[in-house]
Design a protein around this ligand. Structure first.
Ligand SMILES: Nc1ncnc2c1ncn2[C@@H]1O[C@H](COP(=O)(O)OP(=O)(O)OP(=O)(O)O)[C@@H](O)[C@H]1O
Length: 614
C-alpha cells in the first residue's frame, strides 16, 4: 500500500505539472484534492485509474494550448490510454520510453512538430497510434510491432519513403494522406530517384563506396551539369506553353474571391461546355429540376463567409435575382468519380422532411464539389443558446423554444432512421449537433449536414463527426444508429443545461463532458445547478425540463443497447406539455441569481430524477 501511495504521489505531481503548462481553468479547478482512490470511479476529469494507478489520460477537445515537457509521462508507468486529441498543443512529441503499457495514443488535431519519436518503436502493446493533423516532420520510423492495428499520420509534413515493414505496408493510403513529401507504397506517389530514397540509404552508401566515389565525383558533376542545362531548356519551353494555355483558360474560367483572401473559389463554366479539353466539365444541378439561377449568377453573387466547418467552408451567397443560398465547399472527400458523387448526393437529396434542410442543388467538377442549401435566416441553435450570455442585449432562449427544437430534431432523426431502415448498422445522421440545427425565417427547426459520411474520407470522418465520439466508438470502434441517439442525448443536455458539450462544441470553448457531468450532478444532488438559469426560472415548466433531462440521460447511456429507439424518444418528447412562457417567468428572469437558486430548490431533487414523474 505504501508503494501504491508513493506512485500515487508521483503520478499526481506529474499530472499537475502537465496541467500547469496548459492554459485551462476548467482543469485547474477540477484537478484538485484526491485523484484516485483504489478502484473508485476517478475523481479528476479525463483520468482513469486502476488500483490507485493512472491508466488513462483522455483530455480531448478542451482548447488546451502550450507545450508538454519531453519527460512529462515518465512517472506514469501504468498508462495504457493517452489522448490529447483536438487541442492546440505545440512543441515536440513526448518521450514514451517509460510507458511500456501504452495501447492507444491519440495526439491528432494538435500543433505538435518535430519528428515522430523513436521511443514509440519500443511499445510492444501499442495497438492504435493517431498522429494525424499536426505539423510533424522527418521520416516515418520503422514501425514493426505486430500489435499495431490502427495507424494514422495523415496531414503532417512527413517526408521520404514509407518504410517497407509488414506492419506499415498493411495500412491503406488514407493513413498517410496529406504529406506532400511522403512517397512510396502504400501511397500512390513514386519515390523515383529523388533524394528521398537516397536519403534513407545514405548511411549505408557512405561507408561502402568511399574510395570508388573519388573517381566518380568529377564524372557525376559533369553529368549533373548537362542534365541541369537540359532541364532548364525544357522548363523554358514548358513555361512559354503554360502561359499561353493559362491565358486561354482564364478567358473561360471565373474566379470568385471570398472574404478570406487566400481562399479562392475557382469554378469552370462547364455549363457552356467551355472546360479545357480533357478536363471534366462542371455541372450545377438543381434537385427539383426548377432551375432558379445559372452558375454565372452564383458566381456574380456577393458572398459572405459563414464559418469554417469540419468538412468545408460555408458561404452565404446573395443572388442579384433575390434568392439567398448557402454554398458548402466540400473538402477532404473520398476519391469519387462524377457518377459516384452524384449517386451519393442523390441519396441525400431524396431525404425530405419538414424538419430537414433539403438540398437545393449540387456542383461537381474535378477540382470543386459544392452543395447548395437555402439560407436559414435565423441562424443555428448553438449560437442561439450560447451567444451573448450574461449581456444585457441577450434575448433569453426560453423553454418553449428549446422544447420545440428538441421535438423538431427528434422528428427529423426519426425520419432519417426510418428511411435507412434496411441498413441497421449505418448511422443515419452521423453529425448531429447544435450548430447543425438551424432556424428559418419562420423559426422552423431544420436539421442539416446529414448523410455526409458517404462523401468524406473515412479517417477524417472518424476524427471529426460527433457520432464517432460516442463511448462505443471510443472503446470498440463500433457505431450503429444508437450512436445518433447518443448525439441527440448530448444535444438535449446542452439545451437543458446551457453548457457547451466537449464532444460537439468548437475547440477553445469552455466545454465539459456533459454526459458524465450530468450523471455526477444528479448523483450528488446539485439539482439547482443542472438547469440553465434562463429556463430554470420558468417554474411552471420545471416538470417538463426534468422529463427532458431524463430522456437525455437515457439517450446518453454508455452502452448502446440501453438507449431508447428514436420512435420512443419522439413519443416521449412530444408528450411533454408545451407550456407557453408565462409572464410570471419574465418577472423571474429579471431577478437575481440567489432567487433563481431558491426557485430551483422547489424542483424535485435526486430521488425523483431517474424515476417517472407522476
Ligand atoms: N443553410 C444554412 N443557413 C444558415 N446558416 C448555415 C447554413 N448551413 C450552415 N450554416 C452555418 O454556417 C456555419 C458553418 O457550417 P458548417 O456546416 O460548415 O460547420 P459546422 O456546423 O460548424 O461543423 P460541421 O462541418 O461539423 O457540420 C455554422 O455556423 C452553421 O450553423
Amino acid at each position: 500500500d505504501d508503494d501504491q501511495n508513493d506512485f500515487h504521489g508521483e503520478e499526481r505531481d506529474a499530472l499537475l505539472a502537465l496541467v500547469s503548462g496548459f492554459n485551462n481553468s476548467f482543469l485547474r479547478h477540477n484537478w484538485t484534492s484526491i485523484m484516485c482512490y483504489k478502484n473508485d470511479p476517478p475523481y479528476w476529469f479525463g483520468i482513469e485509474c486502476w488500483n490507485g494507478r493512472v491508466t488513462s489520460v483522455r483530455l480531448e477537445n478542451l482548447g488546451l494550448t502550450g507545450e508538454i515537457k519531453i519527460d512529462a509521462l515518465f512517472n506514469l508507468t501504468e498508462l495504457s490510454v493517452l489522448s490529447f486529441k483536438d487541442n492546440s498543443i505545440s512543441g515536440q512529441v513526448m518521450d514514451f520510453s517509460n510507458n511500456q503499457k501504452l495501447t492507444d495514443i491519440d495526439l491528432s488535431g494538435n500543433k505538435f512538430d518535430g519528428p515522430i519519436p523513436l521511443s514509440l518503436l519500443k511499445l510492444n502493446s501499442l495497438a492504435s497510434l493517431q498522429l494525424q493533423a499536426n505539423n510533424l516532420s522527418g521520416s516515418i520510423p520503422w514501425f514493426d510491432q505486430t500489435s499495431l492495428k490502427e495507424f494514422n499520420v495523415s496531414y503532417n509534413n512527413l517526408s521520404r519513403p514509407i518504410p517497407n515493414t509488414k506492419v506499415l505496408q498493411s495500412f491503406n493510403r488514407f493513413s498517410f494522406l496529406g504529406n506532400p513529401n511522403l512517397c512510396g507504397p502504400p501511397t500512390s506517389s513514386n519515390c523515383n530517384s529523388t533524394n528521398d530514397t537516397s536519403d534513407t540509404n545514405n548511411d549505408n552508401n557512405k561507408s561502402k563506396g568511399s574510395s570508388k566515389s573519388s573517381i566518380f565525383v568529377p564524372i557525376l558533376l559533369a553529368v549533373n551539369v548537362v542534365v541541369l542545362i537540359f532541364l532548364l531548356f525544357l522548363s523554358i519551353i514548358y513555361f512559354k506553353k503554360y502561359k499561353g494555355l493559362k491565358k486561354k483558360l482564364e478567358e473561360k474560367h471565373i474566379v470568385v474571391e471570398d472574404e478570406e483572401k487566400h481562399d479562392r473559389m475557382r469554378i469552370e463554366t462547364g455549363e457552356k461546355g467551355v472546360a479545357a479539353e480533357g478536363e471534366e466539365k462542371g455541372k450545377l444541378v438543381f434537385i427539383n429540376e426548377e432551375r432558379q439561377f445559372e452558375l454565372d449568377d452564383l458566381l456574380k453573387a456577393s458572398a459572405e463567409g459563414l464559418g469554417k466547418g469540419n468538412f468545408g467552408n460555408c458561404y452565404k451567397a446573395m443572388l442579384e435575382s433575390g434568392p439567398i443560398v448557402v454554398v458548402k465547399r466540400l473538402r477532404d472527400l473520398k476519391p469519387l468519380s462524377s457518377e459516384d458523387f452524384t449517386k451519393q448526393v442523390r441519396i441525400i437529396a431524396e431525404q425530405k422532411h419538414l424538419n430537414l434542410l433539403s438540398l437545393l442543388a449540387y456542383y461537381y467538377s474535378k477540382d470543386e464539389k459544392l452543395l447548395l442549401y437555402k439560407f436559414a435566416s435565423n441562424g443555428n441553435i448553438y449560437n442561439r443558446l450560447h451567444e451573448g450570455k450574461g449581456k444585457p442585449t441577450r434575448i433569453p432562449f426560453r423553454w418553449s423554444s428549446r422544447l420545440l427544437v428538441a421535438r423538431g430534431v427528434a422528428k427529423a432523426l426519426e425520419y432519417l432512421h426510418q428511411t435507412t431502415k434496411s441498413s441497421p448498422n449505418v448511422v443515419p445522421h452521423g453529425n448531429l449537433k447544435l450548430s447543425n440545427v438551424l432556424l428559418d425565417e419562420n423559426n422552423n427547426v431544420l436539421v442539416t449536414d446529414y448523410g455526409l459520411t458517404s462523401l468524406i474520407a473515412a479517417p477524417l470522418v472518424a476524427q471529426r463527426m460527433i457520432s464517432f465520439k460516442s463511448p462505443e466508438y471510443q472503446s470498440h470502434k463500433k457505431l450503429s444508429r444508437k450512436s445518433d441517439i447518443w448525439s441527440y442525448g448530448c444535444l438535449l443536455l446542452e439545451l437543458v443545461t446551457g453548457r457547451v458539450s466537449a464532444d460537439s462544441g468548437p475547440s477553445g470553448t469552455n466545454a465539459v463532458d456533459l454526459c458524465s457531468w450530468v450523471h455526477r450532478a444528479v448523483r450528488e444532488e446539485w439539482t439547482a445547478e443542472i438547469f440553465d438559469v434562463e429556463i430554470a426560472v420558468q417554474r411552471s415548466a420545471n416538470h417538463g425540463m426534468l422529463k427532458l433531462l431524463q430522456i437525455a440521460m437515457r439517450c446518453c447511456e454508455r452502452s448502446p443497447e440501453n438507449r431508447p429507439e428514436i420512435s420512443e424518444v419522439v413519443r416521449e418528447v412530444e408528450s411533454i406539455d408545451l407550456t407557453p412562457d408565462s409572464e410570471d417567468d419574465e418577472e423571474f428572469s429579471s431577478m437575481d441569481r440567489s432567487l433563481t437558486d431558491e426557485s430551483m430548490s422547489a424542483t424535485p431533487s435526486r430521488s425523483t430524477i431517474g424515476e417517472d414523474q407522476p
